[in-house]
Design a protein. Sequence first.
Length: 131
Amino acid sequence: MNVTPDTSVLVRLLVEDDPVQSPAARRALGQAALIAITVLALCEVAWVLRSAYGVPPPEIAQALRTLLAAGDVRADRAIVDAGLAVLDAGGDFSDGAIAAAGLALGGEQFVTFDRRAADLVERIGLRVSLL
């Protein structure tokens, strides 16, 4: 069976903090022929790990890379890679993902009021306008 896990399943898998849900998440994903992980779910996972669990960005990046490294996982790699690049630079995964997704949809530049996000997105090679 092919599955698309939501944020709660991915968080339970990564954090392993629930004696019932964590094994259920591991079992469901372990039995899947294909795991389709959306960028939206990864944005939420990164936010939950950082805000609710206090996980530092380098550890979040490693957790996401480990999750995505399984042979049966599919994700939009160009968008994920941009998110990871911004996360690796100390920013938010979602800023890089949003900028790359917009580019894929025909946007020419990422616009934001967030100076730090602008600097980090520009650093990964995307056009930025700070409003």
